[in-house]
Write a protein that binds this ligand. Structure first.
Ligand code: FAD
Length: 403
């Protein structure tokens, strides 16, 4: 494994830096960057116009869907270029992408398992944020034990008729499409009776009810499916063959270097906050325990980065991300929580001060970040489940009897 970037890679980095300088500037606010993208595109007014315009602009410049085949709107670029792209975008703090679920989960899944027709129909629209996607896996009685899902699809001449409920569906209220798991053979062993479908959210019978999270925000939702018709051509892979495809979607969800980059960004903010806060006559940053904690976080982020490079080198060798992606997911979500705890320790009694108070530190960011970090060790599979996957699939330990 060679961890150095080639001359061509570094040239690519320089070209990208120039483009980002012209289009993002010196770290303007996310809203300003999206507004400018919207103005540049002259797009018709829709409530998400700014949020869609930014990924479109990136796509026009060739900076999304890098490893996807050119014939479906991708760049046929190397994974290394993808990493450089992610690193550089994090460095200048580009706005978040509204089509992340499409880009990072269903897009790669369709590249791997979709029919030719599905790739042509869906991939270009994912890249340009024409379609926003949500993930309909979890159900009220099927989260960690996903294979127990009960959402049922009957099969007739035209396709599937779906009845059931999904829950914790991130961004369902904004989404145009959902990829979902349904039970198509209730008599088969539970992993062998599941199919993987693509659902147009405007289909009659789909209702979305938003749920408020612990921090008061609207992010995930309940989705009810009552006699929802899905055409046959929206089946991904074989009938009753959805489980291995779902596993590959989860591996895509848990892999990638974007987590590392986000953590690096968080550490930078933490460092700046500690540099501005006074502890008596001194800066908080001069406190040895603060310095030790920040250094420890830096070391762990570097460890995580190299783990990401290892996955990357596997991908370059043609291997899809496997169960090893669970190691990075577990480590990143636990580290994120530890970093927010460090922030609140540094802030001390000022940590919980409300956003509008004159005494608030760093606009109350760390209090909110602490709650947000808790969700990271649940969404995409809990930390306990990651440990189970690592034990079984990475370390080869035996499964428990009742699993
Ligand atoms: C922010 C966020 C966004 C999400 N977005 C989506 C989404 O877009 N689409 C979607 O489908 N889902 C989504 N989810 C749901 C998420 O995948 C589930 O919450 C997660 O898989 C856990 O399932 P559960 O909530 O049913 O908890 P449960 O499975 O009931 O688990 C409860 C507790 O028991 C532990 N536990 C369960 N089984 C075991 C075991 N075998 N060994 C050890 N411990 C165990 C768990 O670790 C957990 O601590 C999201 C969740 C969050 C927090």
């Amino acid at each position: 494994m060679d961890l150095n970037f080639s001359t061509a890679d570094e040239e690519y980095r320089q070209r990208l830096r120039t483009w980002l300088k012209e289009n993002v500037g010196g770290g303007g606010s996310a809203n300003a960057v999206m507004k400018k993208a919207e103005e540049d595109s002259g797009s018709a007014k829709d409530p998400l116009a700014g949020a869609r315009a930014w990924p479109r602009k990136l796509h026009d410049a060739g900076y999304v869907g890098l490893p996807w085949p050119k014939e479906y709107g991708g760049q046929d670029a190397s994974f290394t270029e993808q990493v450089i792209c992610a690193e550089e975008m994090a460095r200048v703090r580009t706005p978040p992408l509204i089509n992340t679920i499409g880009l990072s989960i269903i897009g790669p899944t369709l590249v791997q398992h979709g029919t030719e027709e599905q790739k042509k129909r869906f991939l270009p629209r994912i890249l340009r944020a024409d379609d926003l996607w949500c993930q309909g896996f979890s159900e009220p009685e099927a989260g960690s034990d996903l294979a127990s899902l009960r959402c049922r699809a009957e099969i007739d001449a035209e396709g599937f008729v779906v009845n059931g409920q999904k829950v914790w569906t991130s961004l369902a209220f904004l989404s145009d499409w959902m990829f979902l798991l349904v039970r198509t053979d209730p008599d088969a062993p539970k992993r062998e009776g599941i199919s993987y479908l693509l659902l147009d959210m405007k289909t009659p019978g789909v209702s979305v009810r938003p749920l408020r999270n612990a921090a008061g925000g609207q992010h995930f939702n309940e989705v009810f499916l009552d006699d929802v018709r899905i055409p046959r051509e929206n089946l991904v892979g074989e009938l009753n063959g959805g489980w291995p495809i779902a596993r590959s979607s989860l591996d895509h969800e848990r892999s990638g270097l974007s987590g590392v980059i986000a953590l690096e960004e968080t550490l930078g903010r933490l460092w700046r906050m500690a540099g501005q806060l006074k502890r008596g006559a001194k800066d908080a940053l001069e406190d040895p325990s603060t310095r030790r904690a920040l250094a420890q976080h830096w070391i762990e982020i570097e460890g995580l980065r190299h783990l990401g490079y290892r996955t990357l080198s596997d991908q370059i060798a043609g291997k899809p991300p496997g169960a090893g992606s669970s190691v990075g997911k577990l480590f990143a979500s636990e580290l994120r929580q530890e970093m927010t705890r460090t922030a609140l320790r540094i802030e001390g009694p000022l940590g919980p001060v409300a956003k509008r108070s004159p005494h608030v530190v760093d606009r109350g960011r760390w209090h909110a970040a602490y709650f947000d970090a808790l969700a990271h060790s649940i969404g995409g599979g809990t930390s306990e489940i990651m440990r189970n996957v690592i034990a079984e699939k990475v370390l080869g330990l035996p499964r428990s009897q009742d699993d």
